[in-house]
Design a protein around this ligand. Sequence first.
Ligand code: FHN
Length: 461
Amino acid sequence: MRKISLTLLAGALSALSVCANDPMQWFQDAKLGMFVHWGLYSQTAGEWKGHPTRGGEHFMLYERIPLKEYALIANDFNPTEFDAEKWVKTAKDAGIKYIVYTTKHHDGFAMYDSKCSDYNIVKRTPYAKDPLKELAEACRKEGVKLGLYYSLGRDWEDPDVPTNWPEKAGRSNTWDFPDEDSKQLPRYIERKVKPQIKELLTNYGEIAFMWFDTPELVTETQSRELRDIIKTLQPECLINSRIGNGLGDYSIIEQKLSDKIIESPWEACITMGKNWGYNQFDTVYKAPDMLIRNLTDIVSKGGNLLLNVGPNQKGCFPEQTRPIFDAFNKWLSDNGEAIYGTRPWRVFGESVATDITEESAQTEFHDAVFDGTPKNIVPDVRYTRKNNTIYAIVRNVPSASYTLSAFSPKTDKVKSVTLLKNGNKADWRLTKDGLQINGMGSIAGNTPIYVLRVDLESDEQ
Ligand code: FHN
């Protein structure tokens, strides 16, 4: 009797541990976040002294603008239309579970009320309010988690920030502070970084993520000290890999997709247009179908998508974001079950049916793949799994009948196959070649990116 009771107890404890509030479990279930790049570069919006600037939010570097001159931009920054509630509701309606906000980008300007330096939105702009306070409140109210972006190894306001990418001083402010060798990084870390990290993790409630960027010359000791500060103030705050020196809780890839399943927690950050910060000349945003394909690809390989928006100088999301948010709302309303809370299957997908890469031109991609008529091409599929259900995310309009070769009668006892969004039964047969699907054209129509729910016999027999 004693042995059985210990077994039962172990089972109960393991169940509890899964249910316990595990921030990493939450992150890996959440799948979709929104990155917000907002700063003085949003005010200039890609223009400087009457001409388009190079380098988006890096234009202070590219144009070698003296700090005193760049700081004057703040005099015009007055985002009176900023509405945190609207930002958060737009994100939440699009199926977004967390938001990462740029508290300080490379220009060193704090987009929150920093007591550490008056180089911030409250002290230097006519707006004179703290948008992060409002955003944190709106996130709490709507149940959307909040993460904070912080440019760690680059700061063009501070005299003690040497860099080494792509070469020595490559991303340093060498026009105000020319003597690169005299720069003492520890002075910057103690004077600015630690006080700002402490105030960010003290004054804005629960912070789910610290999203560091560009660690550059930060040492392991410095990364470790920052990690200790964060985990002491908010033990459940997850930290990305750009804290440097291998000390993050999850890894980051940027503006690209992975070519394989990644076993450890990871996130891909991708822009809707070409720029991170708002740029008035960046007018052609990616096709919504393309970005949804990106989401399905990333999730099939175990990652999260952090989709970037660059609000404009008024504090509003550019109009080009609307069709993207609407498409995510619609697709995830129908198919979110195949995304949230899933994990990779044994394979991430079937052969890609088109020679269109994910990064290809939007209109070419859309016409080539989704012109609404089934083509005699093999299905372009990504898989996700939740317990005994496999989700086959069909990302093009293949012939009405096709075979999913990832399935095998040797390993998969298929119980049913249905169209996820409405439960319509599919005509299927499991053969030695795989799971044959017939007549999909009739039930899926020309819907680009539909999901087949494949229920397997429980393996708990
Ligand atoms: O230089 C930055 C860039 O502006 C942007 O913030 C991205 C976002 O991941 N991070 C750096 C480039 O890797």
